[in-house]
Ligand binder design. Sequence first.
Ligand code: GAL
Ligand code: ZN
Length: 682
Amino acid sequence: MKELNSSYLLHGGDYNPEQWQDYPQILEQDFKLMKDANINTVTVGMFSWAALEPEEGVYHFEWLDDVFDHMNEIGGKVILATPSGARPAWMAEKYPEVLRTNSKGEKLYFGERHNHCFTSPIYRAKVQEFNTLLAKRYGARNNLLMWHVSNEYGGECHCELCQEAFRHWLKNKYGTLKALNDAWWTTFWGHSFNDWSQVHSPSPLGDSNLNGLNLDWRRFVSDQTIDFYSNEIQPLRELTPNVPITTNFMADTFDLIPFRGLDYFEFAKHLDVVSWDCYPAWNNDFETPKHTAMKVAMIDDYFRSLKQQNFLIMESTPSQVNWHPYNRAKRPNVHRLSSLQHIAHGSDSNLYFQWRQSRGASEMFHGAVITHEGSSKTRIFHDVHQVGQDLNAIAEVKDCKHAKAEVAIIFDHENMWALNDTQNYANETKNYWQTLQSHYQYFWEHDIPVDIISPKVDLTAYKLVIDPMHFLMSTKFMDQLYKFTSSGGTVVGTYLSGVVNENDLAYLGGWPEQLQHLFGLKVEETDTLYPNQSNVIEMDGQSFRAQDYCEVISNISAKNLAIYKDDFYAGRPAVTMKKVDHGTSYFIACRTNSDFLNSLYELISKRLELKSDSSIGKDNAAVSIQIRQNSTHKYLFVMNFDETAHQVELDHSMTEMLTNELRNGTVKIPAGGVAIFRDQIV
Ligand code: GAL
Ligand code: ZN
């Protein structure tokens, strides 16, 4: 794997000089202001195809050459994007097959972005040709830092080329139509296929309710996107074998759920470095900043876990965005705190969308380092300058990894697809990722590192594996989980698990036997509650609320930890524990609030001696302490996400790196404040 050739943390972001070619004084001012803002990296070219190749075969690279030159003059680096995220109008006109077709079979017009066909041989060839030119022209530049391939891959195309590719993918997977018909249970509603040509992607005009088809289509779209990307990077790999490659991943805004369209665990295998675009809604009216911080922490941990290595924040906003329902300005301190939070979790950058606000079009009011006002005299500029200074002060963390996790939470993209698609339970309350967050909370509040891993990852590195709502679960994984537990691991399973196999077919004969052995129980029924209904469970004389999902289980050989108090299953087990050879399994049969999960994880953490490696004492859960370390030093990021000040206790002296002061004893961390301590490993 190629690593980033940079001795410092990256600070900078999307730069769009192609929009300002008629404003030479602005272009000149940009690099001076970048230097003033402590910016060391720009990302260019994301949507520049039309500027670089205004007519087929006519090229204008001069302005891009200038960017490399000017960045060199200020000692800065360039992340160069390939432009496939938005193709020129002439290409759409001349080669209509590059345009995307929607699920109703309508070919889209030229316009917007991120809307090409990912199968089109012409688009694939055009992209390769263009990337070859980029690699030849810029590959030897000493300040080319990395390739940013395309932009936020997503979406799907239903054109005839894609239908054929889908059929080909299915043939490869199933071999025979009989196997496909069996896997999709097509006898239901008489949908059996007797020729491959009859198979069509899911569509509101055709089949949208054949779950096996839907799931395979999701898998195909993910694979085909990765295949398109692999085609894109071929010339880059050939011509610039030492330049690392990334593409920018996404998560949604309010719940910070990984992008639903692609299997990032698979995609990440094809990248050198993971990067993602982060736009949380800080200071909203529905949760505390502490809660937002916990959600950001978890998604950062997920992106770090994709390759078990440091990642990059490719985009974030220095102030507000323009596309949230309400576009709040970042409060004082929030920019600093939120930027350093990413670094604390393993990011090696804080990059922005965008350097300068566009003068027109849809993103003209999106936050930027330089606003329409045009100077460095804004609060935003000051905040950005400050973050640049902070990143310079802590540059040595670049070579440090986030502290090793002994706790893993399983997340599976395929499971998310199948669970979201299944017509059962309640669409409003499935909340798979949000459920993982409620399990994550205890560990975040106690500064215990957590990895978010796919079921395909080796579990033996962990002491505790938490596997909630694992609806689509293969028997292979059940065996793996059993093995992990019997050889000494601890596993936590929950309701809505082990319901269907990898083809989305129900397990016959009741709850799968492997799970019965693992948890010592049988799931008999799943009760889906209305949002205003609840049950109560009791553990050690304490009552907790259960809601949304309550499974009725019969205990075969587990110990009851909590029982239901209400309804026809009152007195039946709600939470159980079982010794499995050298390990232990826990099963939570109903959805509980974090108060219950915190009590349970307190118990489990004590038993497994899970704790933070931090020697710093804290008295409030809204103060998060994350550690990055190398063989000689630990760097403790102490971040106060509360709206009041808190104190932390140092039991020996350490340097606080942002102020470069030696500190010991009680240290006050103001509301929204952050301190970073360097601690020598003795
Ligand atoms: C990202 C995108 C950028 C810009 C930004 C605005 O999703 O990659 O090009 O549109 O959002 O927040
Ligand atoms: Zn297509």
